[in-house]
Ligand binder design. Sequence first.
Ligand SMILES: [Zn+2]
Length: 308
Amino acid sequence: MTIDEIERQMRAALSDERRATNRVLVLINLAEARKLHLERGFSSLFDWLVHGLGYAQSSAYRRIEAARLLRDVPQAAAKLETGELNLSTMAKAKSAIRAKEKRSGRKMSKEEQAEVVSKVENKTIFEAEQTLVTMFPEISDDVYQERKTVISADQIRLSFNISAEGFKDLEWVKNYLSHAEPKGDTGKIFARLLKEFRARIEKQGQRATSAMEKAPENERRATAKKVSLHRVQRRCEYKDETTGKVCGTSFQVEVDHIRPRAMGGEDRLKNYRCLCRAHNQLVAEQKLGQYRVNRWRSRRSTHRQDGS
Ligand SMILES: [Zn+2]
């Protein structure tokens, strides 16, 4: 193959790749609208992209941000295909827009968002970041919030922002623990506080379990929720019946009545399960939908009986 031919084929492949990327973004938005990721047992769109489809975390993040940007600025799709925009600059623009909206408490109009996007066209990631920070100097702190770097098999470097009040508390704890940790190593102190916090929560669960076991049958209702939380170590139990995938996240876990109280479900241990907030909402919508359908059916049949 001549170098001209390699170059020609490379340009054609790049063009295909950009079109495919655009298609991926459209499908991400469709999947989110239809809650496909939740039905399939993933706790979030990000979880689905990473663990269901095999994207690297950073790739998944960029695609979700870019897909969300396309909802308000659909004209960016054409620019992604020509290469004037790429996933990274789109994701940076979206993060900046979100941070700005959070700061101002006001949603940016589609025109304002399009203006932001136009400012990062044909720019490298570094240039795009510079442009965005110049446009919105007040958000630089919000966009750069947390970073974790793996240092070795048992050390992670964590960098995050803390409020002035939180920092005072940290100083207080450091002084309080100054005999045990004379060097005041922030990482060690954090690890210690976290371990103590976790042990306390787990102990609450154990206490709830033993109280539950000892309590007479008629008093068991009150502690059932706590026990449910303890039982599955606060992990979401949602299962996709098609694939058998269990969500398993421990993020924002809540207790759900398997059979809703509105439909005669009891406050009993066996009627409880843990679901993450996203799956709790999905299941509630499904159950409510079914409940409404059933009510409508029963009313319709009553009407028919009345008419006959
Ligand atoms: Zn879940």
